[in-house]
Design a protein around this ligand. Structure first.
Ligand code: ING
Length: 308
């Protein structure tokens, strides 16, 4: 099977004053470094092109449209697509998408080395709330500015590998991983912007947040016998801190590479997809061991219903 040098390009904070062009220049600098290190597929974070604007409440949601892209690639991102094609490098990144129909999604794409968009994903699990919440010290308004994704968790072939995407909060839900695992996914990439402040009314400790991040990736990769990359946009954005912890995980659920800082930082690892085979043929041989007749509640019931 295939080996790929894969890279995760962590992006430090993007300030509101930073232009798309300035951010793309930072992305291209990391792509240059990735090329020097032989990276064949490069992953960037969720909402890579802008600050994490859902931390802010505005009454008129259309004020946030300036953070959205109406076409992709576009003038600001075309240089990144051109550089990747020059390097024959596949890549993935997240951005806020405004469709011609006026729908807003938290989106990510996978682009082939030939510059084709081979897969688009729209974030399924939107955390937080839609209205201003005075009980929160920090707002988290993704439900205000985005629709729930309508793509589901698809898998597509790219560079000889079955690749799938999710975005941020999706990584915390085992359903995300298993739906892709049931399609034979070899590599899952999930970018994230995870505020370290108390987004749930409880003081969130950075160490605990970093542990939950690593736990989500290690469990997801192990239980679906695949490789995974978690890519942070992190550090401080206009005074708001988000956790780092960018990492690459192998099919045994072990961390193969991890970012050290909270700025722009590239980590790389060689993915040898033959290493997924043993667990797929044994402990996680889905066809041999799963008992779907007992799993019905997972897709037929949304919330908890206790036994009467
Ligand atoms: N951010 C966060 C995430 O799921 C969050 C929301 C923060 C959940 C802290 C739990 C704890 O990583 C996004 N953008 O989904």
């Amino acid at each position: 099977m295939t080996k790929l040098m894969i890279g995760a390009a962590q992006i430090g904070g993007i300030q509101k004053a930073e232009t798309r062009e300035e951010v793309v220049a930072r992305m291209m600098k990391l792509m240059d470094e990735a090329h020097e290190k032989g990276v064949e597929f490069l992953a960037y974070p969720e909402m890579t092109l802008t600050t994490f604007f859902p931390r802010e409440y505005v009454e008129d949601r259309s004020e946030m449209d300036s953070w959205f892209e109406t076409e992709m690639p576009n003038a600001a991102t075309q240089p990144l697509f051109d550089l990747a094609q020059k390097y024959k490098m596949g890549f993935t990144f997240g951005y806020s998408e405004l469709t011609p129909e006026g729908e807003h999604y938290n989106t990510s794409i996978i682009v082939s080395p030939e510059g084709e968009i081979v897969l688009k994903y729209r974030k399924t699990h939107l955390p937080g709330h839609a209205e201003y919440d005075e009980n929160r010290a920090y707002q988290h308004l993704e439900k205000r500015y985005f629709l729930p994704g309508n793509t589901g968790f698809q898998v597509a072939e790219n560079q000889g590998v079955l690749m799938g995407m999710a975005i941020c909060n999706d990584r915390r839900w085992p359903e995300t991983w298993r739906v892709m695992g049931l399609q034979g996914v070899d590599l899952v990439t999930i970018g994230y912007n995870t505020p370290s402040q108390n987004t749930h009314g409880k003081e969130v400790q950075i160490e605990q947040n970093l542990y939950h991040n690593e736990l989500s990736f290690c469990a997801g990769a192990y239980q679906n016998a695949c490789y995974a990359m978690g890519i942070a946009k992190c550090g401080t954005e206009d005074g708001n801190h988000m956790i780092g912890g960018t990492l690459i995980v192998g099919p045994e659920g072990t961390v193969l590479a991890k970012a050290e800082g909270e700025g722009d930082e590239l980590i790389v690892a060689e993915a040898d997809f033959d290493k997924c085979a043993f667990n797929r043929q044994n402990v996680f041989n889905f066809a041999a061991h799963r008992r779907i007749e007992h799993y019905g509640l997972i897709s037929s019931q949304t919330g908890v219903v206790k036994p009467s």
